[in-house]
Design a protein around this ligand. Structure first.
Ligand SMILES: Nc1ncnc2c1ncn2[C@@H]1O[C@H](COP(=O)(O)OP(=O)(O)OP(=O)(O)O)[C@@H](O)[C@H]1O
Ligand SMILES: [Zn+2]
Length: 793
C-alpha cells in the first residue's frame, strides 16, 4: 500500500548505543530526530531515563561510527553496545537453592571477585546470574558450586527438559535423610536398642542433614564475612550437641531442611509465573526455503525466512504476515481476551496462537530477541530492582541481627553471673535466640510480594518495570492522558474535504496525499489512505520536511505546498480569514482540521476525525471509582476539537494546542501542583512528558520497541481498562507487604519474648523462623493467584 514511500521500509537490523550527557528529555527527542535523518536509519528511539539510543537500520551494513559521529556532533558522547565495542561475553546461569535475598547479594560479590568477570548481577527473583566475563564459564560454575549454590548455564531455548524433582530443590535430599535418621533414632530409643544407637542415629542425622547448611555457612563466613541463617543455625546445633541434646539438634536440622525445601518450592512457584511464559513458544517451526518446507529448531531460523503456520498452531517467531488471513489469540503477550484479525503486513508475535487460517510469516526477529523473550527479560530485570520499601527494611535488618546477637550473649552470661542460674539452661536459651536473630522473613517480605505482583501483571499484559513504579501506581490521584492514539483509537479517517473556490476535492486530496505520503503522523497516513481508497493518482513530491506539532511542506509539480494546522499557517504569515468559519465549524464537531496551502493561496480544508476507543470512557470511570481524583487530557490538537473529545471521553480537564515540548512543560506544571501524576501515552509525541512524569505508562506496546523500552509501565494491548487493574494491583501489593512485615515482626517478637521466662526452645525458634518466611511467601503468592482467577473469568 505504501509502495511509493521509500521511508516506510522495514528494518533489517538494529543497534543500541549508550549515550552520555543526555540531561533532558527534550534533548533526547532532538537526538532521536537527528539520528533518524541519517541515511540508512529506518527509525531511532532514545530511552531517556536509561540514556539508551536504539536504532533500526535498513541493512546491516551501516557502521556504528556513522551514528556515533552524529551523536557527537550534537554534543553528546556514546558507546555502541554489544557488537564490537565489548570483548567480554555475557552468560546467564540458573542457580539452584538460592533462598534469600541476602544470599543473592553475597553470591554477586563472590562472582564479581572472579578474575575476568566484568559485571555480575544475581537476580534473586528469577534465580539467575547474568555475568559479563572474559574467562571460561567453568570458573564461574566452580565458584557457584563452592559458595553452596550449584548452577547451570541457562539456555532459554533449549533447556526445556525438566530436571528430576529432587534436583530442582537442593534441600529435598537432606530433608529426607535427616527425617529417616531422626525416625530411626526415635524408634531405636523406644525399642530399647543398646545405649548409644539412638545417639548415633541422631548424630548421623545432624551430620548428613546439616552438611549443606554447614557448607553454605562456612562459605558465607569465608567469602563475605557476614552472618546468615546457615551460620546461626549451625552454631546453635553445635551448641546443642555440646549440651548433649542430640535429639533436639537432629530435630532442628530436619526442620531447617524441611523449611528450606518448602521455601524453595514456593519461591520456584512464583518465579515460574514468568518462566512459564517462555514455554509458550514452540521450539521449532515449519520454514520454507527455496521452495522446500522443513521443520527447523528456532536457533537455525534466520531473519527473512518464511514461516508457515497452520490453523491451531502456536507461532514460534515474531514476524510480518506475508500471505493469508487469520485471527490470532494474543492473550499470552497482550492479555487481550479477544482474538485479533491478521492480514498481510500485520505483525505477529511468538507465543501467540493462530486460530482460523493458515499464515505465511516473514520472520523479522531472532528467537532470542523476540517480543516474548524481551518481555520475560524485562520482567525478570524489573523483579530484581529494589522497591523503596525494601531498602528501608534491609536497613532495619542490618541492625536487627547484631542487636539480637548481643541479646543472646547477655542471655548466656547474665543469669549465671548475676543470679547464679545454671549455665547450661541459659546457654541453651542463648542458642535458641541465635536462630531468632535471622531477619529472613522480614527481608523477604517485600521482594516476594513485588515479584508475585509483577509476574501476575505480566501474564495479564501489563509490564511493570520495577517495584518502585508498582508502589507509586497505588498512590496516584492524578493521571494525564495523551489524546491521539491513547484516548482515541489513533486511526483517524478523512471525513470532509472542503475545497476553496476554484479547486476540486480530488486536486486537494491528491496534493495533500503526495506530501503526507512521507509523513509519519497518523493524520498524514489518514489523508494518504483516503486518497488511495478513492483511486486518485498521486503526483510525485520532492523537498519534504515535517514540522512537528504543526504540519509538513513539500514541492509538487514545481509548486511548494504547506499542509498543517492553523498555527502553522499563521506563524508563516498566511491569512486564514476566509477559511475561519469552515475551520471552526469542523472543529466544533470534534474533527481535526488540516489546511492545504500552495503558491499564495489556500486550496482547501481536509477534516479528519478519530473515534474514541470503545472503552476509554469506561476506563476513566473505573479510575474515578477507585479514587483517581483528576484526569487530564494533553493534546497538540486545536482547543475546540479537544473540547469535544474531552467531553466524549469524560476527562475532567484538557490542555490543547500543545507542541510536543509543551506537553513536558504541562506535565511539570501538573507535577508541581499535584506532586504525583502519571502520564498515559502511546510514546509517539509524548515520550518527553512520560519521562518526567511520576509513572510513564505506554499503551499498545506489543509492536513498538521504543515505547516498550521508555515506559515505566507498558500496557501490551491497547486497553485502557488495564489502568485501574494496575492501580488496584499496586494497592493490593502494598497491603500484602504491610501484612507481611507485620506478621514477620509479630512472630519474631513473640518468640523473642519467650526467652524471658526461659521457655524458648531450639525447635520453636526454627519453626518460628521458617514458618514466618513461608507464611510471608505464601501470602505474597496470593497476588499471583488473584490475577489468575480473574483471568479465567
Ligand atoms: N503531517 C501533518 N499533517 C497535517 N497536520 C499535522 C501534521 N503533523 C502535525 N500536524 C498538526 O499539528 C497538530 C499537533 O500534532 P501533534 O502530533 O503534536 O499532536 P496530535 O496529532 O494532535 O496528537 P496528540 O493528541 O497526541 O497530541 C495536529 O493536530 C495537526 O493539526
Ligand atoms: Zn531465617
Amino acid at each position: 500500500m505504501r509502495e511509493r514511500c521509500e521511508e516506510k521500509k522495514e528494518w533489517a537490523s538494529s543497534r543500541t548505543f549508550q549515550v552520555t550527557g543526555l540531561d533532558c528529555a527534550d534533548c533526547a527527542a532532538k537526538l532521536e530526530k537527528a539520528v533518524r535523518r541519517v541515511p540508512g536509519v529506518v527509525s531511532a528511539a532514545v530511552a531517556f531515563p536509561q540514556g539508551r539510543l536504539s536504532v533500526h537500520l535498513d541493512e546491516a551494513g551501516l557502521e556504528d561510527e556513522i551514528i556515533l559521529r552524529k551523536v557527537r556532533a550534537l554534543g553528546y558522547d556514546a558507546t555502541a553496545e554489544e557488537r564490537g565495542a565489548f570483548e567480554g561475553r555475557e552468560s546467564t546461569f540458573r542457580i539452584f537453592g538460592l533462598d534469600c535475598v541476602d544470599c543473592a547479594a553475597r553470591l554477586e560479590k563472590g562472582i564479581r571477585g572472579i578474575p575476568g568477570v566484568e559485571r555480575a548481577d544475581v537476580d534473586f527473583s528469577s534465580s539467575k546470574a547474568h555475568v559479563v566475563h572474559r574467562g571460561p564459564v567453568s570458573d564461574i560454575l566452580a565458584t557457584l558450586e563452592r559458595m553452596g549454590y550449584p548452577g547451570r548455564i541457562d539456555q532459554p531455548l533449549k533447556s526445556r527438559e525438566a530436571l528430576p524433582f529432587w534436583k530442582t530443590n537442593i534441600y529435598i535430599l537432606p530433608t529426607a535423610v535427616s527425617l529417616v535418621m531422626l525416625m530411626s533414632g526415635f524408634i531405636s530409643g523406644i525399642a530399647g536398642a543398646p545405649g548409644g544407637t539412638a545417639t548415633a542415629f541422631f548424630a548421623a542425622g545432624i551430620a548428613l542433614g546439616g552438611f549443606l547448611p554447614l557448607r553454605n555457612g562456612i562459605s558465607v563466613l569465608v567469602n563475605a564475612r557476614e552472618l546468615d541463617m546457615n551460620v546461626l543455625m549451625m552454631t546453635a546445633v553445635i551448641g546443642a550437641a555440646a549440651l548433649r541434646q542430640f535429639e533436639e539438634a537432629a530435630t532442628v536440622v530436619f526442620l531447617f531442611s524441611l523449611g528450606n525445601a518448602l521455601q524453595g518450592y514456593t519461591l520456584d512457584k512464583t518465579r515460574n509465573a514468568i518462566r512459564s511464559l517462555m514455554d509458550l513458544s514452540p521450539a521449532e517451526a515449519l520454514i520454507r526455503r527455496r521452495g522446500a518446507e522443513t521443520t527447523l529448531p528456532l536457533e537455525e531460523i534466520r531473519i527473512g525466512d518464511v514461516m508457515i503456520i497452520r490453523p491451531g498452531e502456536r507461532i514460534a517467531m515474531d514476524g510480518l504476515v506475508a500471505a493469508g488471513v487469520s485471527t490470532v489469540n494474543q492473550a499470552p503477550i497482550t492479555g487481550e481476551s479477544l482474538p485479533v484479525e491478521k492480514a498481510v503486513g500485520d505483525e505477529v508475535f511468538a507465543g501467540t496462537i493462530n486460530e482460523r487460517g493458515a499464515l505465511e510469516v516473514h520472520v523479522t526477529r531472532s528467537a532470542g530477541d523476540n517480543t516474548l523473550s524481551r518481555i520475560i527479560g524485562m520482567v525478570e530485570r524489573a523483579q530484581a530492582r529494589r522497591a523503596p520499601s525494601q531498602q528501608l527494611i534491609e536497613k532495619f535488618a542490618r541492625f536487627y541481627t547484631p542487636a539480637v546477637l548481643v541479646g543472646a550473649f547477655l542471655v548466656a552470661t547474665l543469669p549465671t553471673l548475676v543470679f547464679g542460674e545454671p549455665f547450661s539452661k541459659w546457654f541453651y536459651e542463648a542458642m535458641a535466640m541465635l536462630l531468632v536473630a535471622c531477619p529472613c522473613a522480614l527481608v523477604i517480605s517485600t521482594p516476594v510480594s513485588v515479584v508475585s505482583a509483577i509476574g501476575s501483571a505480566a501474564r495479564r499484559g501489563v509490564l511493570i518495570k520495577g517495584g518502585a513504579y508498582l508502589e507509586e501506581m497505588g498512590s496516584l490521584t492524578v493521571m494525564a492522558f495523551d489524546k491521539t492514539g491513547t484516548l482515541t483509537a489513533g486511526k483517524p479517517r478523512v471525513t470532509d474535504v472542503l475545497p476553496a473556490a476554484g479547486h476540486s476535492e480530488e486536486e486537494i486530496l491528491a496534493i495533500a496525499a503526495a506530501i503526507e505520503c512521507r509523513s509519519e503522523h497518523p493524520l498524514g497516513e489518514a489523508i494518504y489512505r483516503n486518497a488511495r481508497e478513492k483511486g486518485l493518482s498521486i503526483p510525485s513530491m520532492t523537498d519534504f520536511d515535517s514540522v512537528p506539532g504543526r504540519g509538513a511542506v513539500g514541492t509538487v509539480a514545481g509548486t511548494s505546498y504547506s499542509i498543517g494546522n492553523a498555527r502553522f499557517f499563521l506563524e508563516r504569515g498566511w491569512d486564514l480569514e476566509e477559511m475561519e468559519k469552515g475551520i471552526a465549524g469542523l472543529q466544533n464537531e470534534g474533527k481535526t482540521v488540516v489546511i492545504l496551502g500552495g503558491g499564495a493561496s489556500i486550496l482547501g480544508l481536509i477534516a479528519v476525525a478519530d473515534v474514541l476507543r470503545e472503552n476509554s470512557r469506561q476506563a476513566l470511570e473505573d479510575l474515578r471509582k477507585i479514587g483517581i481524583r483528576k484526569t487530564i487530557m494533553l493534546t497538540g490538537d486545536h482547543e475546540s476539537t479537544a473540547r469535544v473529545v474531552a467531553a466524549q471521553a469524560g476527562v475532567d480537564e484538557f490542555r490543547a494546542d500543545l507542541l510536543p515540548e509543551d506537553k513536558m512543560e504541562a506535565m511539570n506544571d501538573l507535577l508541581a501542583r499535584y506532586r504525583k501524576v502519571a502520564m498515559v501515552g502511546d510514546g509517539v509525541n509524548d515520550a518527553p512528558a512520560m519521562a518526567v512524569s511520576t509513572v510513564g505508562i505506554a499503551m499498545g506496546t506489543a509492536g513498538t520497541d521504543a515505547a516498550l523500552e521508555t515506559a515505566d509501565i507498558a500496557l501490551m494491548a491497547d486497553d485502557l481498562t488495564k489502568l485501574s487493574y494496575a492501580v488496584e494491583l499496586s494497592r493490593r501489593t502494598l497491603r500484602i507487604i504491610k501484612q507481611n512485615i507485620f506478621a514477620a515482626l509479630v512472630i519474631k517478637g513473640a518468640i523473642l519474648l519467650l526467652v524471658f521466662p526461659g521457655w524458648l526452645t531450639l525447635w520453636l525458634a526454627v519453626v518460628g523462623d521458617m514458618g514466618s518466611s513461608l507464611l510471608v511467601t505464601l501470602n505474597a503468592m496470593r497476588l499471583l493467584r488473584d490475577g489468575r482467577r480473574e483471568e479465567r473469568r
